[in-house]
Design a protein around this ligand. Structure first.
Ligand SMILES: NC(=O)c1ccc[n+]([C@@H]2O[C@H](COP(=O)([O-])OP(=O)(O)OC[C@H]3O[C@@H](n4cnc5c(N)ncnc54)[C@H](O)[C@@H]3O)[C@@H](O)[C@H]2O)c1
Length: 251
């Protein structure tokens, strides 16, 4: 019960890492507002309620300020406040600056970066009532370069530095802001990234080769790190970037 009595908003809670985070926080005693653009998030909420825990659902686009407002308002209306926001929703498409269409660039920047602004703008006033935590799920690709993924790596790099700057801006409000950078994690997102390549199996093997621990991470392993960072156990940690990538960036 490491987050007993807390309310947490999790975006991207319909799949992969976001779903694992929502389930873990519920098991550890939090009331969860689970949000996603996909109605898969209803399954996450049903799973939480089946365990006798509390959850509310919001289906909405994190790239839209009014939807982000609705996510935060749901926390207030359903559970009376908000103590932590964990932003896991994101998209990716391949492309270099020469091959990527402007439309794809703008979509990725909107969902992966503008959303950080929209969600934070909505959440900070409520979080500052009692103090709280914001955690952005960034990526190891926000720390090092990669090929053929220009918009995703640009957005994730910006998210990492935005967490640092927000940590400075909102320390006086009692809000801690951190980023968590997973490496390749076994989720539909990772599978889709291989399927975008000409030879998906080769892409999978090349990706595995870059991980010193020799395997992909699990959503549960990322959720464990998120629980630590967003709970009071990390009460002196703000502006930090925690890397959980099996050693990918250690080279
Ligand atoms: N899986 C990996 O290898 C990996 C590696 C590094 C970082 N990450 C990051 O982890 C986070 C979670 O990724 P995942 O692997 O669980 O992916 P996933 O595709 O399994 O889940 C992402 C969820 O975000 C939702 N989503 C997409 N666009 C949205 C929007 N506009 N509004 C609201 N929800 C939206 C999707 O519907 C989906 O349920 C992402 O931020 C991703 O960039 C993943």
């Amino acid at each position: 019960m490491r987050v007993q009595g807390k309310t947490v908003l999790v975006t991207g809670a319909g799949s992969g890492i976001g779903r694992a985070i929502a389930l873990l926080f519920a098991v550890e005693g939090a009331s969860v507002v689970a949000s996603d653009i996909s109605d898969n998030v209803v399954q996450t909420v049903e799973q939480i309620r089946a365990q006798g825990r509390q959850a509310a659902v919001v289906i909405g686009d994190v790239g839209d300020q009014s939807a982000c407002n609705q996510m935060v308002n749901t926390a207030l209306e359903s559970f009376g406040g908000l103590h932590a926001v964990i932003h896991a929703a994101a998209i990716s498409r391949k492309g270099t600056v020469t091959t990527m269409k402007e439309e794809d660039w703008l979509d990725i920047l909107n969902v992966n970066l503008n959303s950080v602004f929209y969600l934070s703008k909505a959440a900070v006033p409520l979080l500052s009532r009692e103090g709280g935590a914001i955690l952005f799920i960034a990526s190891q690709l926000g720390l090092v370069g990669t090929q053929d993924s220009i918009a995703y790596s640009a957005a994730k790099g910006a998210v990492v530095n935005m967490a640092r700057s927000m940590a400075l801006d909102h320390a006086q409000d009692g809000i801690r802001v951190n980023s968590l950078c997973p490496g390749p994690v076994d989720t539909p997102f990772l599978h889709a990234s291989f399927l975008r390549q000409a030879d998906p199996e080769r892409a999978r093997m090349l990706s595995l080769d870059k991980i010193p621990l020799g395997r992909f991470g699990t959503s549960q392993e990322i959720a464990n790190a998120a629980l630590f960072l967003a709970s009071d156990e990390a009460s002196f940690i703000t502006g930090a970037t925690l890397v959980a990538d099996g050693g990918y960036t250690a080279r």
